[in-house]
Design a protein. Structure first.
Length: 160
């Protein structure tokens, strides 16, 4: 944890907020490929560290199925029933739109923390490399871009 993160040793505040993303995580997991209910719950636990109850998962899957976003198929073997859930074409399109919307929200939240590499223009969120060039401190994505920038500047190819 770095100094800019909230001091919550239990992680309960972050876990609480992330648990509200359970439907997003379920959609993300289904976007990666077909899964049965237990597989979704296990993957959810592995990714988030939180448990996903059957009482949360199955009603949501039923809503997705009713909207035509998910289809289920019987993959039972032996006596135990095994239903596999898959996104439909409409579900994949919906999830792609969901991801784009989430990305736009994330970018707008991170934008103030981003810097731009003075050499290549790449956006850098964390770990920018800073060097002083002609009395001005500039940010770079890496030492290689800093070196390239200074070489171009001193060879007369870059104007400040």
């Amino acid at each position: 944890m770095n100094d800019s993160e909230p001091k919550d040793s239990s992680g309960s505040e972050i876990s609480s907020i992330l648990s509200d993303f359970s439907q997003f995580y379920i959609m993300m997991l289904l976007h990666e490929g077909p899964l049965h209910g237990y597989g979704i719950m296990r993957a959810f636990k592995n990714r988030t560290g939180n448990s996903l109850s059957a009482g949360t998962l199955y009603p949501f899957l039923q809503k997705l199925e009713a909207r035509g976003l998910v289809t289920k198929s019987d993959a039972s073997s032996g006596k135990r029933p095994k239903i596999v859930y898959s996104l439909t074409k409409k579900g994949v399109e919906f999830t792609n739109r969901l991801f784009k919307r989430f990305a736009a929200i994330t970018v707008s939240a991170l934008e103030p923390s981003l810097s731009t590499c003075a050499s290549c223009g790449a956006r850098v969120y964390d770990g920018a490399h800073y060097e002083e060039v002609d009395g001005v401190t500039l940010g770079f994505c890496c030492v290689h871009c800093a070196r390239a920038y200074k070489n171009e500047l001193h060879n007369g190819h870059r104007h400040t």
